[in-house]
Design a protein around this ligand. Structure first.
Ligand code: ZN
Ligand code: ZN
Ligand code: ZN
Ligand code: ZN
Ligand code: ZN
Ligand code: ZN
Length: 554
């Protein structure tokens, strides 16, 4: 993906000059730059950094910004391997290349100097990093896999890469240390303990302590004490952005300006990453008004408020106070709402909602009867359900298995509850695709259910993320499944075929537009390929339908 044009914005020839203010447009000469300014000034660096005692530093729009416009492009301070590895990844035999992060097989190729895994003999990595890594005693390529995993810890490399900036890029080092680390809050927490074992003592024992005794390398770094390493861990955890490459590889990045963007559970910006230059482009996800803060989301917006808050407190050390978090109904989506069970004497069909959504200990109150329940009860029920839903979905369930759990949970949860959402989103992809449940074999009732579920899910997505900035994948799956259902309806009701097919076409077009935002992710690419096929099939269907109608007319 190329983010920026290399040609003059006026005449289109290859251009050596760049607008120094935004560095987003190029010109062949000063004359053309001057000529373009009246037009360009409306989108040149349309934001500024501001400071607020509660928010810290943030970015605010200084003029109206149009949806999709690139707001800024930025070089990274650091880009490195994935920060939190899953258990599977910790023991995988495919690991990221130390030079270019391409997945490579453990034991196949090694850097000649430090012996860390590389993708090919020719792939080099930064010489300073290599010289520090070469202080360790790397296990041989033939040694047992456990020993190799224990030694080659790619997540710790990210901290080393940060640390080396003090020598290689003093400017970036300075900017990095200005970032929030939440050191005090981390002291004595599980996070800090984990960082100690996973990163700090590992880097110290295997590599950094050996610097002291190595006369050639003694002066490479001036500070590499545990306190500094912990501070870097804090900075990474508070600020890092997850970067998903089109190859499926996940990287972590720290960006001075992008990391200043405020978090909100309904974002107005999103970013794209250029895998070659490692630059990031921040784009407007919708029209942004002058004065609005630029916002991205650091958590899963499909979770209910309690879960999002918990996740943000644990990883980013703050409580979100955005309008969604303060609203017990979460923009009328009811994704956290539980059904009221009434009391012994009387049943009730009201809904339990948190009285103070931002308070972890909040009571939940029924909107129809005086019933109150406490946070502990809700948390217990939720945790139990999370396990049940995750267990079911992990085992590739059939539609009827999903229906069963859905029926059981519906006794306790609002139909839009995020657990219900999850199950229903799985269900719409089973009806019409599961062997034995192909579209043509579905009963009219099942087809109707599929369509209704799609509409319900779409409504929830629209409330939580009206511009499909975070939920692009979910929304396009829904739109594609709606289109499939409408095509099948067209087949069943020839009289309505034209109308239904046109409707299906408009849904596929909407899906195409939504997918634009995620075109550089694996899931986005895969869906886009499928969409192309679907559009092709639909075109054929429409042609055939037109043909048969003209035939009947004749
Ligand atoms: Zn020009
Ligand atoms: Zn400019
Ligand atoms: Zn490589
Ligand atoms: Zn090396
Ligand atoms: Zn929020
Ligand atoms: Zn009630």
């Amino acid at each position: 993906m190329t983010l920026l044009s290399m040609e003059c914005a006026v005449c289109g020839v290859s251009a050596p000059l760049t607008c120094t203010r935004c560095r987003l447009v190029r010109y062949c000469n000063g004359e053309h730059q001057k000529q373009h300014w009246p037009k360009h000034k409306r989108c040149c660096k349309p934001f500024r950094e501001e400071q607020d005692p509660a928010l810290g530093r943030y970015l605010a729009a200084t003029q109206d910004i149009q949806a999709k416009q690139i707001i800024f492009v930025e070089e990274p301070l650091v880009v490195g391997p994935k920060w939190f590895l899953t258990e599977g990844e910790k023991s995988a035999t495919i690991v990221p290349c130390v030079g270019c992060f391409t997945p490579c097989r453990l034991g196949k190729h090694q850097c000649r100097n430090c012996h860390w895994p590389v993708c090919s003999v020719g792939c080099a990595h930064e010489s300073l990093e290599c010289s520090i890594l070469s202080l360790g005693n790397a296990p041989g390529a033939k040694s047992d896999v456990r020993g190799q995993h224990d030694y080659f810890r790619h997540d710790a490399l990210l901290v080393l890469k940060c640390l080396l900036l003090q020598r290689s890029q003093p400017e970036r080092w300075k900017a990095l240390l200005e970032m929030q680390s939440h050191e005090e809050e981390r002291l004595g927490t599980e996070l800090q303990l984990e960082a100690e074992q996973r990163i700090v003592s590992y880097l110290q024992q295997r590599f950094l302590r050996r610097l002291k005794s190595n006369t050639n390398k003694q002066n490479v770094l001036s500070d590499y004490e545990p306190e500094l390493l912990h501070r870097l861990c804090g900075i990474i955890e508070t600020n890092y952005m997850v970067i998903e490459l089109a190859t499926g590889v996940e990287l972590s990045g720290l960006f001075r300006q992008a990391c200043m963007m405020e978090h909100a559970c309904q974002p107005n910006c999103y970013f794209q990453f250029d895998a070659t230059t490692h630059r990031i482009a921040v784009r407007a996800g919708c029209d942004i008004k002058k004065g609005d803060h630029l916002k991205i989301t650091y958590t899963n917006i499909l979770w209910g408020t309690q879960m999002r808050q918990h996740h943000l407190r644990m990883t980013k050390h703050f409580s979100c106070r955005c309008p969604r978090c303060e609203d017990p109904t979460e923009y009328g989506s009811y994704v956290s709402a539980m059904r009221c069970l009434g009391d012994v004497s009387k049943t009730c069909d009201g809904l339990q909602l948190p009285v103070e959504p931002l308070n972890e200990q909040t009571q939940w109150k029924c909107d129809t009867c005086p019933m109150l329940v406490d946070a502990a009860y809700v948390t217990e029920v939720q945790t139990h359900m999370t396990e049940e839903v995750e267990r079911l979905l992990a085992g590739s369930p059939t539609a009827s298995e999903v229906e069963l759990l859905l029926a059981r949970l519906s006794q306790l949860l609002h139909p839009n509850h995020f657990h219900m959402f999850n199950l229903k989103h799985t269900l719409i992809q089973l009806y019409g695709h599961e062997p034995g449940l192909e579209l043509v074999t579905l009963t009219d009732l099942q087809l109707g259910r599929k369509l209704r579920l799609c509409e319900e899910l779409r409504n929830v997505c629209h409330r939580l993320d009206p511009h499909s900035i975070k939920l692009a994948i979910y929304v396009s799956v829904i739109l594609i499944e709606i289109a499939h259902t409408l095509e099948e309806k067209a087949r069943r009701l020839p009289a309505e075929a034209k109308l239904q097919l046109e409707l299906a076409q408009s849904h596929l077009q909407q899906a195409e537009e939504v997918l634009e935002k995620v075109q550089d992710s694996v899931a986005g690419k895969k869906l886009n390929d499928r969409l192309q096929l679907d559009q092709f099939e639909l075109d054929k269907l429409m042609l055939a339908n037109n043909h048969s109608q003209t035939q009947t007319a004749v």
